[in-house]
Ligand binder design. Structure first.
Ligand SMILES: C[S@@+](CC[C@H](N)C(=O)[O-])C[C@H]1O[C@@H](n2cnc3c(N)ncnc32)[C@H](O)[C@@H]1O
Length: 295
């Protein structure tokens, strides 16, 4: 490990000064990757140590190894994992991000699902929804397309960070979250609330919110039994093993010809998975077992 050795955190914690720092770091990094999917390469190690050091200081711990034991064996481990998931989350998201993927749903997939009438309701999962902008964008797109009045649709938004899911449940957003949203949609679906914007409560109520870790089959498995998954801008932080684990879980749980949208800089192409890539409208989508709905 280069970089973080000897650096002093805000709380005075000095990672490099600890005995066993390097091997303890590797243990901790591997445990974090195994449990959260997120892998901190050597160049990002300082980020992990910096974030973890604040949580350690709050618990009066001064060694990475002690923190590792806490996460691995302590009766209070689940609380420590919750704190860690909140601390490690990268809460970067905004409304109407990659709108072509919402258009593909509204203009192409929904008509196909309806024509086929093979499964109602149509189920959609935003699998790392951060503070909720993504599933609420899906709800807006479906509302704009008139689908919410015509067909039963279920939308679930989940994230590993309970603090972010709590923000999603509140449904109030700052200007930054609306930076890519067409003004007409802002007019229709938002109202000023203090310095922020409150999302239309009626439409907000169409989304069910959950805390779920993608790496935990008990939490993510049942949510993955849906027609469409948006899992965007999260696998980019995962190790290849983590990505494979998630792709396998999705493939096992989604119905045949389920559709999976990833972020613009994410791909399953270099890994062997049960998904093939297709172009639907002007969006790329991964299709499980390309069947009649495989595009
Ligand atoms: C950069 S945000 C992406 C938000 C949204 N999907 C988008 O594309 O705008 C990444 C989110 O992934 C979540 N995340 C990280 N690891 C996760 C995991 N193992 N399970 C579920 N969510 C996770 C983080 O908490 C964070 O909210």
């Amino acid at each position: 490990m280069q970089g973080w050795k000897g650096r002093r955190g805000a709380d005075g914690f000095v990672p490099g000064a600890l005995g066993l720092a390097s091997s303890a770091f590797s243990l901790l990094r591997d445990l974090v990757a195994q449990r959260t999917g997120v892998y901190y390469s050597d160049s990002k190690g300082d980020l992990l140590v910096e974030r973890v050091s604040e949580l350690m200081a709050a618990r009066g711990l001064s060694s990475l190894l002690d923190y590792y034991y806490l996460l691995k064996y302590d009766p209070d481990a689940e609380t420590a994992w919750t704190e860690l998931r909140d601390r490690l989350a990268v809460p970067e998201t905004y409304f109407w991000r990659q709108p072509e993927q919402f258009e593909a749903l509204v203009d192409v997939l929904m008509p196909r699902y309806l024509a086929e009438r093979r499964r109602t309701p149509v189920r959609i999962w935003s699998a790392a929804c951060c503070s909720g902008e993504e599933p609420l964008s899906i709800a807006m797109a479906l509302s704009e397309g008139g689908w919410l009045d015509r067909v039963p649709v279920e939308i679930v938004g989940s994230d590993a960070s309970p603090a972010l899911v709590e923000r999603a449940r509140r449904g109030v957003y700052g200007d930054r979250s609306l930076r890519n949203l067409p003004p007409a949609l802002r007019e229709r679906y938002f109202e000023r609330e203090g310095a922020g914007w409150r999302f239309d409560p009626r439409l907000h109520a169409r989304v069910r919110w959950r805390t779920a870790n993608l790496m935990d089959p008990g939490e993510a498995g049942p949510l993955a039994e849906v027609d469409v998954i948006y899992c965007r801008n999260v696998l980019i932080y995962f190790s290849d093993d983590g990505i494979r684990h998630v792709a396998r879980l999705f493939a096992e749980r989604m119905p045949a010809s389920g559709h999976l949208f990833l972020g613009a800089s994410e791909s399953l192409m270099r890994l062997s998975t049960d998904f093939v890539m297709r172009e639907i409208g002007s969006a790329f989508v991964y299709v499980k077992n390309a069947g009649p709905l495989g595009g």
